[in-house]
Write a protein that binds this ligand. Structure first.
Ligand code: 4NP
Length: 152
């Protein structure tokens, strides 16, 4: 059993997309894992994911419509085994709440699944155009498949 949390800033673009893709792959492969997402900010608490992210994911047969934004909290270190962040700023914000080495060891950049140790970031698509959302979908899909392969 593994409990996985994906984290970005707003919890309306990148991390709900990762949550939706991971849930889609969990279902497809009938895996016994827990998936959730959160944002480091309080900007969008309770909101559905960004309509552009929802529409792009839908094109790829991934349903984000049931998801709602919540804020990352210190108790997430107790409730999850692994915490994946989308960029270095998310990582700093999450690590600011870490209490000890055990918490710190749970945190890594999501794209390190694809490119270990390179510390690449999933860009924030919020202020860009449709091609940004497509690019983010592909990055997050590929990293998610890599993660899911560990549990097959
Ligand atoms: P996310 O994107 O962190 O991928 O959910 C953002 C969404 C909203 C904002 C920033 C990033 N915002 O500033 O409202």
């Amino acid at each position: 059993m593994s409990r996985i949390l994906v984290v970005c800033l707003g919890n309306i673009c990148r991390s709900p997309l990762a949550e939706g893709i991971l849930l889609h792959l969990k279902e497809k492969h009938q895996l016994n894992i827990t998936i959730d997402s959160a944002g480091t900010s309080n900007y969008h608490i309770g909101e559905a994911p960004d309509a552009r992210t929802v529409a792009n994911a839908k094109k790829h047969k991934v349903d984000l419509s049931p998801l709602r934004a919540r804020q990352f909290q210190q108790s997430d270190f107790d409730n999850f085994d692994r915490i994946f962040v989308m960029d270095k700023s998310n990582k700093r914000n999450v690590l600011n709440l870490a209490r000890h080495e055990n918490d710190i060891a749970k945190v890594d950049l999501f794209l390190n699944l694809l490119h270990p140790g390179e510390d690449l970031e999933v860009p924030d698509p919020y202020y860009g155009g449709e091609e940004g959302f497509e690019h983010v979908f592909n990055l997050v899909w590929n990293a998610s498949e890599k993660l899911i392969a560990e549990f097959k």
